[in-house]
Design a protein around this ligand. Structure first.
Ligand code: MG
Length: 272
């Protein structure tokens, strides 16, 4: 009995002390603390610049005030398409985005689209929908995807009762790493992607540190700082041999679905 009583006494004393301390203003920083290793700042440094305020979207998924809006239902001006030749093959000529807007939704039809602006590391949000009566199966059903820097595909696919290879499912790094879980909703429902993409580190135009992604599908984490092994390839392995840009457009894939995949609410925030 003796021990618990004295412990209670100590707890009572410390909670009284905490209550009494609340009456005094709390320091807004310190200058008598040690330097945090690897930084120029002391622990709780009073002079360390405070992060700027950013107003979040009113609802989860809506863009915060500092987001770059790529598509908000009004126009596709942030995107470009490639002109197709007589046989329907893409040429190298960039033209205004050919994707139509219907009901405030971007209809993915007429080839891939690229952002006009180039990006590197970013926080990225997109919503997409594939209809349940979409023709085909596996990779032919409700297939789109976001290629960061025009090279690295984070897959969007109708994975509702639609078996396909694991490294081709929604949330995968295509051809490399499957998602941790299959977090898609039913076909016909809107799906969300929130992705933190970390661009590869370069020396000159050579990659010295790979790219990484952390990915959420419908709010469920499916990639945790996963290494991207190299540019996306189909039926082949990849690496970082060759030259790479410091920034590049984001590409959204048209995998020619019938009916087409639809998109809405696309935005990003550049990250350091
Ligand atoms: Mg795809």
């Amino acid at each position: 009995m003796k021990k618990p009583t004295s412990l209670l006494f100590v707890l009572a004393l410390s909670s009284t002390a905490a209550f009494a301390a609340d009456d005094k203003p709390s320091p807004i920083g310190y200058s008598d603390t040690p330097i945090i290793p690897g930084t120029q700042w002391k622990v709780h440094d009073i002079d360390r610049p405070r992060p700027e305020a950013v107003t979040p979207g009113e609802k989860l998924g809506q863009p915060p005030a500092d987001a770059i809006i790529l598509f908000d239902g009004k126009n596709a001006d942030a995107f470009l398409s490639k002109k197709l030749d007589e046989k329907g093959k893409p040429t190298n000529e960039m033209i205004p985005c050919v994707w139509k807007i219907d009901n405030g939704e971007l209809v993915v039809e007429g080839g891939d689209s690229w952002t006009k602006e180039s990006f590197a590391s970013c926080q990225y949000h997109i919503e997409w929908k594939s209809e349940p009566h979409t023709k085909g199966n596996s990779q032919k059903k409700g297939n789109s995807g976001t290629f960061f820097m025009d090279l690295y595909e984070c897959q969007m696919l109708d994975c509702d009762n639609n078996p396909t290879y694991a490294d081709g499912m929604t949330g995968c790094i295509y051809g490399q790493t499957p998602p941790l879980v299959n977090a898609v909703k039913k076909s016909g429902e809107w799906q969300t992607y929130d992705i933190i993409f970390t661009a590869p580190k370069l020396e000159g135009d050579k990659v010295v540190e790979p790219a990484y992604v952390t990915t959420f599908v419908n709010g469920v984490c499916v990639q945790v700082h996963t290494k991207i092994m190299g540019p996306t390839k189909h039926k082949n392995v990849t690496d970082y041999s060759g030259s790479f840009p410091a920034a590049a457009p984001i590409r959204i894939q048209d995998h020619k679905n019938d009916p087409p995949v639809r998109l809405r609410n696309i935005w990003l925030r550049k990250l350091p």
